[in-house]
Design a protein. Structure first.
Length: 88
């Protein structure tokens, strides 16, 4: 996971589309390489960050757009690795 590269106190930022089951966010040409095709939910990201030991989770919608004929919402999620003071 990308959290491996963080220094103590470092922040991981992820941006992607919000999970919308009815709207496919990618072209079928990329189905063989895409891990998810309908966006990610707040819970998906929160669980991944938590599982990586990250703390101070935030998740905010920041844009609406029309992509491949579908209305989509983009999000920014952040969390930090913490530092030596947090561990004490």
């Amino acid at each position: 996971m990308l959290s491996f590269f963080l220094k103590p106190g470092g922040v991981l930022l992820v941006t992607d589309g919000v999970k919308e089951e009815e709207a496919k966010l990618t072209s079928s040409a990329f189905d063989h390489i895409m891990a998810h095709k309908h966006g990610l939910s707040k819970e998906d990201i929160k669980n991944a960050f938590s599982g990586a030991g990250l703390i101070s989770f935030t998740f905010e919608h920041f844009a609406r757009l029309k992509y491949m004929g579908n209305n989509s919402t983009l999000f920014i999620a952040t969390a930090s690795l913490g530092n030596a003071i947090d561990a004490e």
